[in-house]
Design a protein around this ligand. Sequence first.
Ligand code: HPA
Length: 269
Amino acid sequence: MSRAIDIIVERLGGLAPTTAVVLGSGLGPLADEIANAVRIPYGDLPGFPDMGGVSGHAGELVAGAFAGTQVLMLSGRAHYYEKGDAAAMRPVIEALAGIGITKLILTNAAGSVDPEMLPGSIMLIEDHINFSGANPLIGEPDERRFVGLTRAYDADLRASVEKAAGIAGVRLRKGVYMWFSGPSFETPAEIRMARLMGASAVGMSTVPEVILARFFGLRVAACSVITNLAAGMTGAELSHSETKDMAPVGGARLAAVLKTMFAEGLADG
Ligand code: HPA
C-alpha cells in the first residue's frame, strides 16, 4: 500500500488536495475539467482495481485544479458484484487517506424507489441501508473494525452540497440509499420492500466505500444521479444500457453542483 502512496505523492509533485471525488456513471467527463491535470492510471498503482471489464469506466486518478481548488478525482470504481470482494476499493480509500485526503465525495447512478423522484433527479444521500449482507471490514483483525456509522454522511459536507445546489439552481432531493449487491437488478417485490424499509433509491455501489472511508477517518458526502424508476414501477424491463444512457442527463446537473461547491470554497466545509 505504501508503494501506491509513494507513487501518487511523487507524481502529484507539489499538489496536496484534501478533497477527493469518486466519479460514478455519467460524471466521468468532470475529470476533463481539471486544469493542468496529473493523470495516474490505476494500473500504475499497486493494489488499485483492474478496471478491464466494465465499459465506460476508465480507471484513472486525476488531480489538479478544479474551479480554482485542488482536487483529486477517481474515474472508475470497482464494484462488489465484479468479484464478490466488498473491499475491492480498500487500497484506493486507504491510499487517499495516506496522501492527506480528508473529505471524500462519492457519486453513483441509482434507481428511484420514489415515484415522484424521476430520472434525471439528483439525490443527496442522508443515510444508507446495507442490504447486501457484505461488508468490506469483514476479516479486519482489530477492534477498529467496529466502525460507528451513526454519522456516516458528514453534516457539514451535506450542508455544503445543499448550499452549492441552491447557488447552482439545481433541485436536490434527499434520501436513503439502499445497497443491493447486483449485478442483476432488483425484483418488483424487492423494490416494494425497499420502499417499506425507508429507502428512496437503490444501487450497487458506494456503501462499501463509505464504510471504508469512515474506517480510515475520512469525512463523506455522497450523491446519486437517478437514472430510472426502479423495478416494477413502470412497465419496462431495466437494463444497464438505460442506466448508461440516462446517467449523463443527471450527471451534468450533479457536475454543476460539484463545480459550484469547489468554486465557492464549500468543499472545504
Ligand atoms: N437498481 C440498482 N442499481 C441501479 C439502478 C437500479 O434500478 N439504476 C442504476 N443503478
